[in-house]
Design a protein around this ligand. Structure first.
Ligand SMILES: Cc1cc2nc3c(=O)[nH]c(=O)nc-3n(C[C@H](O)[C@H](O)[C@H](O)COP(=O)(O)OP(=O)(O)OC[C@H]3O[C@@H](n4cnc5c(N)ncnc54)[C@H](O)[C@@H]3O)c2cc1C
Length: 508
């Protein structure tokens, strides 16, 4: 569903920023280029910093010569209000105009963290789709790193841990209901021996599963048919094996298929306490936070980044997920098709991930239903439901949790996970030449949306996309790094890199 989103609070906020913009543009020439604006802002920032320091010194001197009064107490209280809890807090430096592309979990989380770090910034979110049309909206939202290809483990660990902490804080807050976050006990079952995952220390109560529990989960599995399917899957996996789709537990890898040829039970497993952050609810919560902060959210489809050049943005943050494939264009992006079904089964209260030769079967309780999954079809762009997939998903889930035979089917859903060789978190300055080339490749007339001069200006960018099957697991953490890159770019820093892009990773 395409929709225009701008709440009354958001609209009021944006009117305010428009008024302050008018004032600023009256003082400085409206025709000034992005570079000029950044330079002049740096100068005024430096002046402000010097001014603030002088003011602070004067205040200290004045305070020493007069008794402590309510003014000092007020300023102490205000200083705590300003600085507490804002990640990567930095002093406001003017009112930069920042455009965030994408209203999925990554666009919204990045916008919210940026707004917290730089309250004076004027933020606009552009996206061609909002809400229920998005991949983020349909995600069951269990916290567990999954399908991240070659993204370095050390980074995934850090982003995941930061997101886990954020989600657990929400769980223990009054916001938990609106944010759709709940603690969840999870069981993971394997056909071959599986080492502890790198994130075992992030979750609480991680433990290896006892044989008696493995036997209980194995009891109703049709092992002869699994063995038969395994031989076929092993051959298929061997011929189509690709590192891009074999990251994470139980992705239908060669190991699993080979092990299943003689399997009579799940031979390994672990359980842990994690958090489920339901996409549709968490997204609504993020969006409401942004509305309350006066951030504008507007429907707009971009064919090419050059369309933004000349619009006066101090910075653009690209959180377009799989859309980056065509927008940039980025050939390292690919879809990982995920089909699921939702059933009513309120008696199912635990997550189960069960490895099968070709796919991992998963059962994830959400607030109003239980999600049964799934598929992880790399390179498949189809967003249509496939009966064969649905039958397989249901058949596997029934073998692991037989009571699901009594569940009521609610609906089917397909989403395309934004796969990438590596998640991309990187700042970039696109020169007018690069923008013109991109515009030409996209069939967009260079400078067609550039008011006045018709000339392209450089574009300062931060990229944050390629989260695969872990968008809700990593969003808060990657948003924190995106904000750091953004602050550095706004202060005139050289473009930084947190996670190198695929083409350079391939050479490294
Ligand atoms: C079946 C399934 C189950 C999943 N379960 C989980 C789970 O349990 N836990 C978990 O962590 N993750 C899960 N995921 C993965 C998660 O959904 C994704 O990683 C996440 O949604 C990616 O978010 P995003 O914001 O990067 O992209 P998206 O949600 O796809 O948002 C992209 C945004 O960019 C906009 N956009 C794109 N191109 C353009 C353009 N040219 N112009 C303007 N706007 C544009 C889109 O309109 C959209 O607003 C699951 C995914 C699937 C499919």
């Amino acid at each position: 569903m395409h929709c225009f989103r701008s709440s009354s609070v958001g609209a009021a906020g944006s009117q305010q920023t428009r008024r302050s913009s008018a004032g600023r543009e009256a003082t400085h020439s409206a025709k000034s280029k992005i570079v000029d604006r950044i330079r002049s802002r740096q100068t005024s920032t430096a002046a402000a910093t010097v001014g603030e320091a002088a003011g602070a010194a004067a205040a200290v001197g004045a305070a020493a010569s007069r008794p402590t009064g309510p003014l000092l107490l007020d300023s102490i209280r205000n200083s705590f209000k300003t600085h507490s809890g804002a990640p990567y807090s930095s002093k406001p430096r003017g009112s930069p105009r920042i455009c965030i592309l994408g209203a999925g979990v990554n666009g919204l989380a990045t916008a919210l963290r940026l707004q917290q770090a730089l309250p004076s910034a004027r933020l606009t979110i552009y996206a061609d789709k909002f809400g229920s049309d998005l991949t983020s909206h349909g995600a069951a939202g269990v916290w567990q790193p999954y399908k991240l290809s070659e993204t370095p483990e050390v980074l995934t660990h850090r982003w995941g841990a930061e997101t886990f902490t954020h989600l657990m804080e929400l769980v223990h807050s009054p916001e938990a209901v609106q944010a759709g976050v709940e603690p969840m006990y999870c069981n993971s079952l394997f056909l071959a021996e599986e080492p502890d995952p790198f994130w075992a220390s992030t979750v609480s109560g991680f433990q290896r599963m006892r044989e008696t529990d493995l036997a209980l989960f194995s009891k109703h599995v049709d092992w002869p048919s699994i063995q038969a399917a395994a031989a076929v899957a092993a051959a298929a996996a061997a011929s189509s094996y690709s590192p891009t789709d074999s990251c994470g537990p139980g992705d239908g890898s060669i190991d699993a298929a080979t092990a299943a040829e003689n399997a009579t039970a799940f031979v390994d497993g672990y359980s842990f306490n994690t958090v489920v952050c339901e996409g549709r609810l968490y997204m609504r919560w993020l969006s409401n936070q942004l509305d309350a902060a006066g951030v504008t959210q507007q429907q707009r489809r971009l064919r090419c980044l050059s369309e933004l050049a000349g619009e006066g943005w101090d910075l653009v943050i690209n959180c377009c997920g799989l859309g980056s494939r065509d927008l940039l264009p980025d050939p390292h992006c690919y879809p990982i098709r995920g089909q699921i079904m939702r059933v009513r089964a309120p008696w199912v209260s635990q997550c189960v991930f069960a490895e099968f030769p070709d796919e991992t079967s998963y059962i994830i309780p959400n607030r109003e239903w239980v999600v049964l999954g799934g598929t992880g079809q790399v390179g498949n762009f189809s967003s249509s439901m496939a009966l064969a997939d649905a039958e397989k998903i249901a058949g596997r889930a029934l073998q692991v949790v037989p009571s699901l035979a009594h569940a009521e089917l609610l609906d089917h859903w397909v989403g395309l996970r934004p796969g990438r060789v590596r998640l991309r978190l990187e700042a970039e300055v696109m020169s007018p030449l690069a923008l013109a080339a991109a515009a030409e490749a996209a069939g967009v007339e260079p400078g067609s949306s550039t008011p006045g001069s018709g000339r392209l200006e450089e574009l300062r960018l931060v990229h944050n996309y390629g989260h695969g099957g872990s968008g809700l697991t990593l969003a808060w953490g990657t948003a924190g790094d995106a904000v750091q890159l953004a602050l550095s770019m706004l202060q005139g820093g050289a473009p930084g890199v947190v996670c190198v892009p695929g083409e350079r990773a391939a050479k490294a």
